[in-house]
Design a protein around this ligand. Structure first.
Ligand code: GDP
Length: 591
């Protein structure tokens, strides 16, 4: 049959709606979704791609899902380099475990290397700097740790060329070190390891190298591997120069280039309001040259560059690739991690932002379960899940107790509790942004959440949970971790039957009869149809009859009739075996 039934689906559809359109019992659909790693309820939305996969899996060859034509998306064009592309400075992120010395190292670099030799000239905090080494520039991102991590991840692989991973020689590899390694790899960035604090007596650089080589497959060059590792001291300044040389060397292998003669584009790396100045936005130019007077669009925000400043606050006439700048003139704040482009007029800017706005609204309104989630579930099914948290507490003492207690409930083998960030003080905008891009719950202990941030959290769908009693916070964390455990599928065998005759075969229903050979036959359960050892299909048993009468159960040795509901074409034959069973999802608890 060629005449397929075409069903038009919008971006997403609820499980119930899909079942209805497909004329299938909802349970069948939920069961199929479950088999594919998605635990869904009748009202849950699944996206078009997931629906398509499910229809295929169900073997519904006569159904074709077609996506309702959506408004044209605002494509983020990927810049293709021209043959006029020129060399550009490497963009370097410094990451590592807390207290291993990221900030000190950046300070040491700035003290030594800021172009005109006066780091003290930097009066404002901005999140990226440029330093000069042997006449060449290096762009350093100074939002070490998680904000940068989150923004960069959103942006994809293009931003960071090199990740300097700082590991304290007296402490070794720690969770955030591993996270940094993972990030660098996922961003396709080159890794340079800075083994810091070598001035300390307890420093043991060899130990760090061994850990990195044996546990994380980062093999030091000096041992014949390919990873550059430099032993440094941010405190004494030892080898800081060498570290920069190595960064340049590693960057050179990448042949980093950018176009200048092209409309400027890049990334929003900071955004805040300032009295008197309005929106103050940090940008990193990736291509082209940004100039005062340009019309900028970033996400849903636009504006005209009023002032263009370098990282020291000096006015610039133009800023080329890899240059971090601060601009004023945006009418509202763009989001950290948004890409920016320039357009010809305010009108074009308005049109573009309106489109993006609509897209984001649509995206927010649609999926709960996306095909990306589905893939994640499928691929991670047997790995442990992560429960990501950010912890904020009023004072160091309570922060320590919360963190220590959380560590105790993190058994790690089923669900890992990952502390993405922690700190003393009220919940900040950064906490929420970070949580928003990394699927993280924020716990506030004896702290406050400003009303504006509450709105931000709601908009970004970030859960902020406030507690004043530690054990209540811990109960919540434990419950959340248990909720992440994929439910266990428990199948209970009920009985078997051998088919003696097939009375009717319809598209979705089969009426047959046979003898119960073990256990019992019961209605409203699932059944497997087997021929020899091969499973032909899984069906629903809708009716069981004994001598033309509906029966609740028919036991071993007795004959009975069966109505089976099937979702795919199925020819049952005499001699086939029917196995009756139930399948339940059982919630698991932490060991
Ligand atoms: P971050 O959390 O990674 O930014 O770490 P910080 O730069 O704040 O450093 C944490 C602590 O380690 C501070 O007390 C620094 O003074 C100290 N520290 C950083 N680098 C060095 C170093 O090379 N040698 C010594 N002895 N202490 C260092």
């Amino acid at each position: 049959m060629d005449d397929k039934k075409v069903i038009i689906v919008a971006d997403s559809i609820t499980v119930g709606e899909l079942a209805e359109t497909l004329n299938l019992p909802v349970t069948t659909l939920i069961g199929e979704l479950f088999k594919n790693g998605i635990v869904a309820t009748i009202n849950q939305r699944i996206d078009f791609e997931t629906a398509t996969i499910i229809v295929e899996e169900l073997g519904l060859e006569d159904v074709e899902l077609r996506k309702k034509a959506a408004a044209e998306p605002v494509a983020r064009k990927v810049h293709v380099l021209s043959d006029k592309a020129v060399d550009r400075p490497p963009i370097v992120a410094v990451m590592g475990h807390v207290d291993h010395g990221k900030t000190s190292l950046l300070d040491a670099i700035l003290d030594q290397k800021v172009v005109d030799g006066e780091a003290g000239g930097i009066t404002q905090h901005i999140s990226a700097y440029q330093v000069e080494r042997k006449g060449r520039m290096i762009t350093l991102l100074d939002t070490p740790g998680h904000e940068a991590f989150a923004a960069l991840r959103q942006h994809g692989a293009t931003l960071t060329d090199v990740v300097v991973i700082v590991v304290a020689a007296d402490d070794g590899v720690k969770p955030q070190t591993i996270e940094a390694i993972r990030f660098a790899r996922s961003a396709n960035a080159k890794i340079v390891v800075a083994i810091n604090k070598i001035d300390k007596e307890a420093a043991n650089a060899q130990m760090v190298k061994t850990q990195l080589a044996t546990e994380h497959n980062l093999n030091p060059e000096e041992w014949g591997g390919e990873v550059v590792m430099v032993e440094v001291s941010a405190k004494t300044g030892e080898n800081v120069d060498k570290l920069l040389d190595m960064v340049l060397l590693v960057a050179d292998l990448e042949e980093l280039k950018a176009d200048i003669d092209t409309p400027a584009e890049g990334l929003v790396i900071e955004a805040h309001m300032e009295t008197g100045r309005g929106s103050v936005v940090g940008l990193l130019v990736e291509q082209g040259e940004l100039k005062p007077g340009h019309f900028l669009v970033a996400g849903t925000a636009f504006g005209k560059v009023r002032t263009l400043l370098d990282f020291k606050g000096a006015a610039l006439k133009s800023a080329g690739p890899s240059t971090p700048v601060t601009v004023t003139g945006f009418k509202e704040l763009p989001q950290f991690g948004d890409t920016f482009t320039i357009v010809k007029s305010e009108k074009e800017a308005r049109l573009l932002t309106e489109k993006t706005h609509q897209e984001r609204e649509r995206a927010a309104a649609s999926t709960n379960v996306t095909s990306a989630d589905m893939l994640k579930l499928i691929t991670q099914k047997h790995e442990s899940e992560d429960f990501n948290v950010i912890v904020k507490a009023d004072v160091q003492g309570s922060l320590t107790s919360v963190m220590d207690s959380l560590r105790l409930i993190d058994t790690g083998d089923q669900v890992a509790l990952r502390v993405i960030g922690s700190g003393v003080g009220n919940i900040s905008e950064n906490d929420i942004r970070l949580a928003g891009s990394s699927d993280t719950v924020i716990y506030g202990f004896n702290v406050e959440l400003a009303p504006a941030l509450k709105r931000l959290a709601m908009r970004d769908k970030v859960e902020v949970r406030m507690y004043k009693v530690i054990y209540e916070l811990l109960d919540d964390a434990r419950a959340s971790m248990e909720a992440l455990l994929a439910p266990e599928v428990v199948e209970t065998q009920i009985g078997t039957l051998t088919i003696k005759g097939v009375f009717r075969t319809l598209k979705d229903e089969i009426i047959a009869g046979g003898e119960v050979t073990s256990g019992k036959a019961v209605p409203n359960v699932l059944a497997r149809v087997k021929r020899k050892d091969e499973v032909l299909a899984e069906v629903e048993v809708t009716k069981v009859q004994r001598q033309q009468q509906e029966a609740k159960e028919v036991f071993e040795g007795e004959m009975c009739g069966l109505s089976l509901r099937t979702t795919k074409k199925l020819l049952v034959e005499e001699g086939d075996t029917i196995e009756f069973f139930t399948r339940e999802l059982v919630k698991r608890t932490l060991a």
